[in-house]
Design a protein around this ligand. Structure first.
Ligand SMILES: [Zn+2]
Length: 196
């Protein structure tokens, strides 16, 4: 966004420069135009009758006419440049607006995502609290301890006589106990066992 703002600033400066050039060219055109009218009046007011003088006045008039044409061409040229600078400025302004809109949309979307995640966390926390209240403090303690040691993978499914956590076979005694409502841990990896 900073970059776009800098480009916009440049576009502003360029336009200001072109407008200044236009004003200066227009002022010169006005001056030259006035001078042209002055010489023209002198040429045709009948006061100058000397042929030589008239000749040099005529020459001056032609020079001013040609200068005025140059100056007016320059005015048109600069007006074209002002137009281009203006269009560039408008396009830069639009670009900045687009970038700002995009940024705001992203912020909104991130804020939305964040609040959804926050709600999910709150809900999971609540659920965990409810579940924790349902199990005995001793079992919860075992669970908390295991969670610290095993980085979260505390519970393992018992499947086909094996602990899915360490993939070792369970003893007949363990198999029997898993079916009971008591909490049973794998004798090899100490994970809490459960079965579907
Ligand atoms: Zn195990």
């Amino acid at each position: 966004m900073k970059e776009t703002a800098a480009t916009l600033d440049q576009a502003h400066q360029w336009l200001a420069q072109m407008e200044k050039a236009q004003r200066s060219a227009e002022a010169e055109s006005e001056d030259t135009g006035a001078k042209r009218r002055e010489v023209e009046a002198e040429l045709y007011n009948g006061k100058v009758t000397n042929i030589k003088e008239l000749g040099s006045l005529q020459e001056e008039f032609e020079q001013i006419k040609s200068k005025l044409k140059q100056v007016d061409d320059r005015v048109l040229e600069v007006m074209g440049e002002v137009d281009v600078a203006n269009k560039s400025l408008i396009s830069q302004e639009q670009k900045l607006k687009d970038v700002e809109t995009q940024w705001r949309l992203e912020q909104d979307s991130l804020a939305g995502e964040s609040s959804i995640l926050q709600a999910a966390i709150t809900q999971l926390d609540k659920k965990r609290g409810t579940l924790a209240a349902e199990i005995t403090p001793a079992s919860l303690k075992v669970y908390e301890e295991l969670r610290n040691i095993m980085q979260g993978k505390v519970v393992a499914k018992m499947e086909q006589g094996k602990c899915r956590g360490c993939r070792l076979s369970l003893s007949v005694h363990e198999l029997k106990r898993v079916r009971s409502p008591n909490m049973v841990q794998c004798s090899s990896c100490h994970r809490i066992l459960y079965m579907d």
